[in-house]
Design a protein around this ligand. Structure first.
Ligand SMILES: [Zn+2]
Length: 187
């Protein structure tokens, strides 16, 4: 089975590359689906990205200008989550780690409601993938302020790790150690 990936590379065969089992250990959930999939669901023609996206900032700028206008709001956030699982299934992702912002989780309502929704997509599109959810915190966040609310997420046992996003060296990573310790005590 591991040969299929090498064959796919040598033969430039996209179907073999898709079929080869793979891991995706850093998936941004709302940004994890295919443009084509989203276009089909929304019945709109989403423009192709430029040949070069010019780094992470360029990628974010393209997302803001070309994706967000077509699918903003709560329902479309759910649609893009669904699309991320559809893509994981299409791409034969056998281990999938996906991160979610706390504001996004809160929009669903309860942590349990969020878990049920996400597991619904997981079972529908890639039931054989090992799935782990991560919680995203912006690097500039006030950790002490977030700490009380963090227990709400940690105690669910659903989130296996945290992801610090939006810039490096904003504050020492140690600021977030309380969070990782809390998760370690629960898992
Ligand atoms: Zn990231």
């Amino acid at each position: 089975m591991e040969k299929i990936f090498l064959e796919g590379l040598k033969e430039n065969d996209i179907n073999k590359l898709l079929a080869a089992p793979k891991s995706d250990l850093h998936n941004h959930s709302t940004k994890g689906c295919r443009r084509e999939w989203l276009s089909e669901q929304l019945h709109v023609d989403i423009p192709k990205p430029p040949q070069r996206l010019d780094g992470l900032e360029g990628m974010q700028a393209w997302f803001r200008s070309s994706i967000k206008p077509f699918c903003d709001g709560y329902e479309n956030m759910l649609l893009r989550w669904e699309g991320a699982f559809a893509e994981a299934g299409r791409n034969n992702i056998t281990r999938l780690v996906m991160n979610f912002g706390t504001a996004e989780v809160n929009q669903v309502g309860t942590v349990m409601g969020f878990q049920e929704l996400i597991e619904g997509f997981h079972k529908a599109y890639c039931p054989n993938s090992i799935f782990e959810a991560e919680l995203t915190y912006p690097s500039f966040g006030n950790v002490e302020q977030e700490a009380d609310e963090f227990d709400k997420y940690a105690s669910s046992g659903y989130f296996k790790a945290i992801d610090i996003c939006a810039g490096e060296n904003v504050q020492p990573f140690e600021a977030f150690c309380h969070f990782t310790r809390r998760l370690r005590n629960i898992i």
